[in-house]
Ligand binder design. Structure first.
Ligand code: ADE
Length: 242
């Protein structure tokens, strides 16, 4: 996969792209990342890429011409173009999976008060990472890149993304490691039992209970399969969903 980031501040990505799973994945060639600077497409001697908003108001707005020319310089038939924007479609794991299938993902970062609205007519979609406003789209772009890159085949151990929070519509069950007793706080007995079916039932039950408490919207939407109902019943975990 190729990822092109459109930004005035490519340096913000330096350590992010060199570190941990993202860094390793790029080193291994699972994805490549390149940058386009809007300023390279400015039209005046001062390299302005923004101007005051028509109709008045605070702040500056990114101009159409530098942004569109920057986009045209890297866009191919395979490009899928997203703009990071707090007014966009909320990012979730389903959207991340969708984006991970693209051959060439172009991520447009906004800055200042926003982008000229006409730019939106030329992209595939606007994406928001949550109901809050950042100073610019760069941290949001890193979140998209991180969540997409880790899903590329070979980035993390096969199967280890499968039962994480959101992958199956529920939050993840709690995990524990050594020691089994930390200053009197004990790991749940079942995890030391070696009974894999019982552990599976317990984890499903924990996922259900955690989701009910923290994300009732996800809980309400979740439907237990026949096998899941059977598994819970077998080990005596009573869920409202049964
Ligand atoms: N730019 C500023 N705030 C943002 C947000 N919440 N999501 C995506 N891009 C943004």
């Amino acid at each position: 996969m190729r990822i092109t980031v459109m930004t005035l501040f490519a340096e913000m990505f330096d350590s992010f792209l060199q570190t941990s799973i993202v860094g390793r994945s790029l080193e291994r060639g699972l994805a490549s990342v390149d940058f386009v600077n809007y300023r390279d497409f400015a039209h005046d001697n001062y390299r302005h890429v923004d101007d005051t908003p028509f109709g008045g108001g605070n702040g500056m707005v990114m101009k159409c011409a530098p942004v569109m020319e920057a986009l045209d310089s890297i866009r191919t038939e395979d490009s899928y173009v997203i703009m990071m924007n707090p007014a966009g479609t909320p990012l979730n794991q389903k959207k991340v999976r969708e984006l991970a299938q693209k051959k060439h993902l172009v991520i447009m970062c906004g800055h200042y008060e926003g982008m000229d609205a006409r730019i939106e007519n030329h992209i595939d979609e606007c994406i928001s990472i949550g109901d809050y406003v950042l100073t610019g789209g760069e941290p949001a772009a890193m979140i998209v890149m991180d969540s997409v890159i880790r899903l590329l085949p070979g980035a993390i151990k096969e199967g280890s993304a499968d039962d994480e929070s959101y992958e199956n519509g529920l939050l993840e069950y709690p995990q524990y490691t050594q020691p089994a007793d930390f200053n009197g706080e004990k790991v749940p007995e079942v995890l030391l039992s070696g009974n894999h079916a019982k552990i599976k039932a317990w984890r499903l039950y924990q996922s259900l209970e955690r989701t009910k408490k923290i994300r009732p919207d996800l809980y309400d939407a979740y439907e237990l399969s026949k096998e899941e109902k059977k598994l819970l019943k077998k080990y005596g975990f009573e869920s409202e969903k049964q």
